[in-house]
Design a protein around this ligand. Structure first.
Ligand code: SF4
Ligand code: SF4
Length: 375
């Protein structure tokens, strides 16, 4: 059996979070082997304040560091956020996310090294995988995802958080290479098999609902989820917010490929039904997988292209920062007079622009027919 602990934690007081983590670790009977270096991997998607609920809360990062520091000579806190992977960008994100102070702790280092290395990985779609340098310096990853909705993936959690081990622009390349949502999920599972986090601690104290992963609304759930198994943890998190395997492309693919076995998951601590919110604003699946395989290929492709949700740019809100322009893997965005414009014929519907727009100037619009079919 694989254990997933659900532990209540109502505040972001570091001591409360630490107590909750220790309780969860006891419940799953986890013990960290002594390591020279541990990589702590929060979700630091973009420059946002802790109260925006976009990034893993600094109290969760600090409490984790304090819990594991006895077992590690060094702890490196690292992530490759969205957009260009530069020292300047990392500095401003650490500052905004409230984790800059953590580098004052003994043997704790924030990563500023933007180099990366290639790893040969057999039996995967990518053969060579570029990963940020701290991965190669550490002997174990403690993964700290944030529970959020996601326009492309429906939900983002433990498995998706590991995509942040891939450096900056290479993430955009992978979006371009694995345009089909299911292929993208297969790729994420392949990264999981390489990264193999030793422990996953999900920040669900305040989650994000609605237009996640960055433009949604904070939603207090008051829980931490803790497990050695990232997929089992994601499965339980999805159940809590009202998503089933069929609703979440990652879980669907993970089950088909034998990564996810719900019958072998034991939930310990709180019960799912006792922590599930009475409402949680979800995102509908972006791809119409039910059309594929039921219709002739040309018709399915036409309908998929026609019905897929589109990014719509509001030029009255756009502040001309060019984040979307610099990030778009398909080079489908043009800047004219400090405003962003999209060429939908080139757009691959990855929604990276929506994810990284600091002004919330991009909406993901679904056609009326699409919504009707899905509902
Ligand atoms: S749409 Fe958003 S990300 Fe793109 S330029 Fe405008 S404000 Fe920046
Ligand atoms: S316009 Fe947005 S959704 Fe389309 S490919 Fe570019 S980043 Fe992705």
């Amino acid at each position: 059996m694989c254990k997933v602990a659900i532990v209540k934690c109502d505040t972001y007081e570091v001591q409360d979070v630490k107590n909750a983590i220790l309780k969860g670790i006891n419940l799953i009977e986890f013990e960290l082997d002594r390591k020279d270096c541990v990589l702590v991997k929060p979700n630091l998607l973009m420059k946002k304040r802790p109260e925006d609920a976009v990034t893993t809360h600094p109290a969760v990062v600090q409490a984790t560091v304090e819990v594991i520091k006895e077992k590690a000579n060094r702890i490196i806190i690292a992530d490759s956020p969205g957009g260009p992977y530069t020292k300047k960008r990392l500095e401003s994100i650490y500052q905004a996310a409230g984790i800059k102070e953590l580098e004052k702790l003994e043997n704790v280092y924030l990563n500023y090294d933007t180099s990366y290395e290639d790893l040969d990985v057999e039996n995967t779609a990518f053969k060579k995988l570029s990963l940020i340098s701290p991965y190669f310096k550490s002997q174990g990853i403690v993964n700290l995802p944030k529970l959020k909705t996601h326009q492309m993936a429906v939900y983002t959690g433990a498995v998706k958080n590991l995509f942040g081990l891939v450096p900056g622009g290479q993430k955009a390349e992978m979006h371009f290479r694995f345009q089909d949502v299911r292929r993208f999920m297969e790729m994420l599972l392949e990264i999981l098999t390489v990264a193999k986090p030793v422990l996953n601690i999900m920040d669900g104290i305040v989650a994000m609902e609605g237009e996640g992963p960055s433009a949604g609304k904070p939603k207090k759930l008051g829980i931490l989820l803790i497990s050695e198994d990232a997929i089992a943890l994601d499965y339980v998190a999805c159940k809590i917010i009202g998503l089933d395997i069929k609703d979440v492309p990652l879980l669907e693919v993970a089950k088909e490929k034998g990564f996810l076995k719900p019958e072998e998951i034991e939930v310990v601590g709180e019960r799912i039904e006792d922590v599930a919110p009475s409402s949680f604003e979800l995102v509908l699946r972006p791809e119409i997988s039910f059309v594929k395989g039921r219709l002739p290929h040309f018709l399915a492709s036409f309908l998929d292209g026609f019905l897929s949700p589109k990014p719509v740019f509001d030029k009255n809100i756009c502040i001309g920062c060019a984040e979307c322009f610099n990030t778009c893997p398909a080079q489908a965005i043009e800047m004219k007079s400090r405003k962003a414009y999209v060429d939908l014929k080139k757009c691959i519907r990855c929604y990276c622009c929506h994810e990284l727009c600091p002004a919330k100037a991009i909406k993901i619009k679904r056609s009326f027919l699409f919504e009707k079919i899905l509902k």
